[in-house]
Unconditional design. Structure first.
Length: 126
């Protein structure tokens, strides 16, 4: 499974990547911003994208939009410290959104969600 983490806080991105590695997911790339994420997606596939909605500008939404075009099967897990999309409206804005988690989610729980949705993608389940 190929996982792309888009997180501007390097230590948090590394923490999430380590939790994914402990889960047995080794193909993890961590980038810090929208431009790096889109450059990565231009050259590489992603099964699951973990994107921080608190990135500046269009940030995570732009990454999800590009992924929907370039890798329509990619699942996007949005993470945020904000309550802005707490009503679930993120699912109306991003057709490839599969989960919305608070940034304070335990890394092991995030890894479990990534593994679950990555497995669903691999099997073609909804």
């Amino acid at each position: 499974m190929n996982v792309l983490i888009v997180e501007s806080a390097a230590e948090l991105g590394a923490l999430w990547a380590a939790a994914l590695a402990r889960q047995g997911i080794e193909a993890v790339v961590v980038v810090a911003d929208e431009d790096a994420a889109i450059a990565h997606l231009h050259a590489h596939p992603a099964d699951v994208i973990v994107a921080d909605l608190d990135l500046p500008g269009a940030g995570a939404i732009a990454v999800a939009d590009y992924a929907a075009y370039r890798h329509p099967e990619a699942r996007v897990i949005f993470v945020t410290a904000s309550s802005f999309f707490s009503d679930g409206s993120i699912f109306a804005h991003s057709p490839n959104a599969c989960a919305f988690l608070p940034a304070r989610t335990a890394p092991e729980d995030l890894a479990a969600v990534v593994e679950f949705h990555g497995r669903r993608k691999a099997t073609g389940a909804g």
